[in-house]
Design a protein around this ligand. Structure first.
Ligand code: BV8
Ligand code: ZN
Length: 289
């Protein structure tokens, strides 16, 4: 029997109030209102900079100069960005002292595909007004499954040094190359010696993100949370990248409910119990208040 899809916010809030194990799966649309370009769509990065080839180990190995300019550009953009109302709504909802007024005794984890760190900033802001109950929660509040833009990793496995580094620019040679990236005229020949180096062993460093073909992080924890969820919010994602794209389906197969908050139609959204088309910086604050 075809499930009847709802666009009714009150009906969603009734389901939310009865949910006990809630997860959110977020993508680039969550950060769009903060000025971070998404991957697909009009200004999409995949098309403009052929990011699909840059965001791979092969792309980095082949030309670390091009790859680092792409990630320097993303770092500079993210460094200038602030969390928007959708990030803040998720940050507040992560606090049991707030969430339990809406969904009593529920647990919540945000599983984000984004690497910009804006959800972490929003959570830190929400935690400023946290109670003790908010702090000693065993379940993680955020899982950044595709790594972090500001993590800088050594390329030498035997060293393995990783550090969180927001420096702008990360190295002198990349200073001002954002304009080249904007003009899609990146310089393929910045000498490796001038690219970011590991601060421990001086080997070439790489961005601490998960590239295509690499294993996402926190997968075991994520798969456990997905297996237990009775409600999955899908926020600002085209749901075209795996394995994140299947989590909502798993929740539905287990008898849980799915609510999609997206600007446009997205993969599999016809199977969602709830579909709220529009900017998530407007729909999500309403849904989680
Ligand atoms: C892996 C970090 C092995 C780097 C990224 C089947 C099973 C498993 C793997 C695969 C499979 N089929 C293919 C694969 C391989 C591959 C894959 O999925 N390829 C795709 C292209 C088919 N997957 C992998 O390689 C992954 N690793 O599979 O390991 C494995 C196997 C089995 C089980 C486990 C592991 C690793 C993928 C990670 C790649 N790294 N990011 C970087 O950022 O540079 S992916 C990157 O692109 C993002 O992190 C994100 O995940 C993805 C982009 O997707 P979205 O976030 O959805 O963004 P998009 O622009 O597409 O959509 C934005 C949406 O927002 C739009 O719908 C738009 O309408 C909406 N929107 C816009 N504005 C707003 C809005 N919505 C609301 N409000 C707004 N204001
Ligand atoms: Zn090193």
């Amino acid at each position: 029997m075809m499930m009847q899809q709802s666009h009714d916010m009150q009906a969603f809030k009734d389901v939310l109030s009865k949910s006990k194990h809630i997860i959110a799966v977020a993508g680039a649309g969550l950060s769009a209102a903060s000025g971070i370009p998404t991957f697909r769509g009009a200004g999409g990065m995949w098309r403009k900079y052929n990011a699909m080839s840059l965001a791979t180990p092969e792309g980095f190995h082949e030309n670390p100069s091009l790859c680092w300019q792409f990630y320097h550009y993303r770092r500079e953009t993210a460094n200038k960005a602030q969390p928007n109302a959708a990030h803040n709504a998720l940050g507040a909802f992560s606090l049991p002292s707030i969430r339990h007024l809406i969904a009593p005794e529920s647990s919540f984890t945000l599983i984000t595909q984004n690497v910009d760190g804006l959800s972490v900033l929003a959570l830190e802001k929400a935690l400023e007004s946290a109670t003790d109950a908010d702090l000693n929660v065993e379940q993680p509040k955020i899982l950044e499954m595709h790594g972090r833009l500001f993590d800088v990793k050594c390329t030498k496995a035997e060293c393995g040094h990783v550090e969180f580094n927001r420096t702008s620019p990360i190295c002198a040679a990349l200073q001002g190359t954002e304009d080249l990236v904007e003009a899609n005229a990146m310089d393929p020949d910045i000498p490796r010696a001038d690219l970011p180096r590991c601060s421990k062993c001086n080997a070439l460093a790489r961005p601490g993100v998960v590239w295509f073909g690499e294993m996402p992080v926190h997968l075991d924890t994520i798969e456990g949370l997905v297996g237990r969820a009775d409600l999955c919010l899908v926020v600002g994602t085209s749901s075209t990248v795996y394995p994140a794209a299947v989590y909502a389906e798993v929740v539905a197969e287990n008898g849980g409910k799915v609510a999609v908050f997206n600007l446009d139609r997205s993969e599999g959204d016809e199977d969602a119990n709830f579909l709220f088309l529009g900017p998530c910086e407007e729909t999500l604050p309403e849904a989680l208040s």
